[in-house]
Design a protein around this ligand. Sequence first.
Ligand SMILES: Nc1ncnc2c1ncn2[C@@H]1O[C@H](COP(=O)(O)OP(=O)(O)OP(=O)(O)O)[C@@H](O)[C@H]1O
Ligand SMILES: CC(=O)C(=O)O
Length: 778
Amino acid sequence: MDKLYWLNQIKLQDRTKVGDKAFQLSKLIQRGYPVLPGFVVSARVMQEFLETLNSSEALVADLPYSSFHLDVANWRQLQQVARLFRQEITQANLPPGLLSSILEAVREQEGTDDHHLIFRPSVVAPTAKQGLGNISGLLESQVCSCDEEAIALALKQTWSQMFRAKSLLYWQWAGIDLRQINLGVLVQPYRNAIASGVLNATSFEWEILATWGLGMSISQGDVLPDVFYIQPDTGNVREQQIGNKTIAYRTYNAASIMMSEPSDIITDLLAEEQQKQYALTEEYLQQLIHLASQLVKEIGANFTIEWTISYETTTGVLYITQINTPQSAIPNVSSIKGLGAATGRVSATAYAIANSQPKPEKIPKGAILVLPSITPDWLSLLQHVAGIVTEQGGLTSHAAILARELSIPAVVNVKDATKIIQTGERLQIDGDRGEIYRVARGEEEVKQEDESVQNSKLRNTPSLPHSLTPSLSSHLPIIATQLLVNVSQPSAISKVHSLPVDGVGLLRSELMVLNILEGKHPSVWIREGERVQLLERWYDAIAQFASVFETKPVFYRSLDWRESELRSLESSSHTPVQSVLGERGTYSYLINPTVFELELAALAKVQKAGYSNIHLLLPFVRTVEEFSFCRQKVEQAKLTQVRQFQLWIMAEVPSILFLLPEYVRAGVQGISIGTNDLTQLLLGVDREQGHLAKAFNESHPVVMDAIAQLIKMAQKANIPCSLCGQAPVLYPEIIEQLVRWGITSISVEPEAVERTYRAIARAEQRVILEAARRWLKD
Ligand SMILES: Nc1ncnc2c1ncn2[C@@H]1O[C@H](COP(=O)(O)OP(=O)(O)OP(=O)(O)O)[C@@H](O)[C@H]1O
Ligand SMILES: CC(=O)C(=O)O
């Protein structure tokens, strides 16, 4: 059996045996910082223990990929498996000799009069490829009294945290192989505390949170702690606010009260007078500030510590109970996980901008931009970035759409990315796997060729001009289903126009105009008397597409902004309530038609310039009345005077499944299915919430049924039916189904054109072959 590791003796090479939490604390204690003494039951011990269990091999060997033992989508089954396994763990015997070693170690520990111990999971992360992300709160510590039975149970319960249903779900979600993840268990005395809290340090500010008693009231969210904001360079308190601390936790001391059901932790209701007092006295506040300034000198400006002021014999003593630095938040590995949103890999220097920071004037060329989300005001800064990482958003977010269009890799939905990643760090991002790696400078120097050469080589899919050279496209078979492209950036035109497409199926206006608005909402331009100037810019942008695709149709979709996107535009009118839906699409035109009228005027100007290939696609249409209102405006703008002009609507609000015949009677000439919104609304899943990505399934049977129904209804009404959502890009296997149902056209982003082309060709050939076989048989 592996020995126990004392915090003050742990060495660098022990890191994979003790786990990250214990390793970080060991570094502090060895440098003389105040950390409670403790020892670690190593990860190897857990392994040995698990190997003795009956079901462990079968379960662990197959997890998390097993479909036989564990279907994580089946919550009930998952809970049952988790419960059985945890029962087995808690009922099994510990390896021989382990308990006596632990008891001996507890006795050796200073402060032998301690009544309680805390068993803290300390994760040993897997190899570099498998990132753990932020697992704070996933594995809970166990508190127990110092007797033999309680200690054995606490240790087994700590191990069993790995196999709780929510942990299993997380390992699966993060793609972590259970065989490669391990737990050290840090055992420390758990003493009563006068006060506890957290200190978050950044180079701008230190934030101290404090409450009465043990720290778990903050980690569990039971109190609103007092807060102090400290100026890092002077240590002065800038501001402080009293919290709402109605309760405090302390350990149960047998002598203090008799309880019918003894527990290790007691909740005290605090007297009003104590609630009104700051939990940190001036003396301890100064000690904490002093500690933080020492840590800054040692480990840099960004870290978080948890602290406690323990009751010792006569007075309180300040201890650090946990430390997280941006690196150690990703224990022992250099990989962070999100959702792969745009294909390719790139290595470059990070440029991270948090929400609280002002928008920079420009971003260094070739950097990987790391930010909370891409909002309209960021676009002008994106043209020369090498990759994008965002904290928010799903596969259909602006960041994802833009990155795909600009052919740069992107990873979205990376929790706390702007906190974890710092400007200047070398990163490699993998937009296919949704992973971000820290690249050590040394490593890179060995591998590094010229960066641009290396990056283009790393791309899984070569960039567009190379992937579809004219000679290649001339070898493509002829297809009958139209293939269109989704675009928005005039800068992408040169790449897109050489693609084998039949036109533009979706020109996303809200992204197209980001370049021309200068951060001001269009209604502000109009209000400030600059309508003519804006109209000119709008016309210019559309005309660029119309002229390049001259003989092919270009479906311009009028503005469809969501509330969250508007917030970043100066002085836009918006409701105070944050909503997934809000005043979207044609409904917003009814409320205020001025901007829609400007768009129509720009389209009319394009027609007047001689382009008859431009058509209008109305977004997010909810009712026939909304459509009729828009149609009237279209007629007033004289767009219908050009014979070829077509007025289409997006099929994305499910009401269209019931109303299509009425829409057609009201003048709809074609529909384009927006599977992103259709999925969001049919399944009730907010598409912008990356953590719901698993539930947001554009190939769900319900979505597929709706698509089939729309195609059939359109055929009956004798109008074309296109599809421009992400579904065929994310799930190419549905393309054959779309072709069989008789879709008129499919519109995809540039990066997906080639494979969609081939998938359509294959599907059509199969349909023809089947028909020929039937014919030959008859
Ligand atoms: N030995 C200790 N004595 C007193 N309080 C402690 C001790 N160890 C930890 N704590 C506090 O108890 C609470 C729970 O500890 P735990 O290790 O579970 O931390 P956590 O912050 O919830 O964990 P994680 O973020 O790793 O999931 C925290 O507030 C922590 O600071
Ligand atoms: C393309 C689009 O808007 C959608 O699928 O919802």
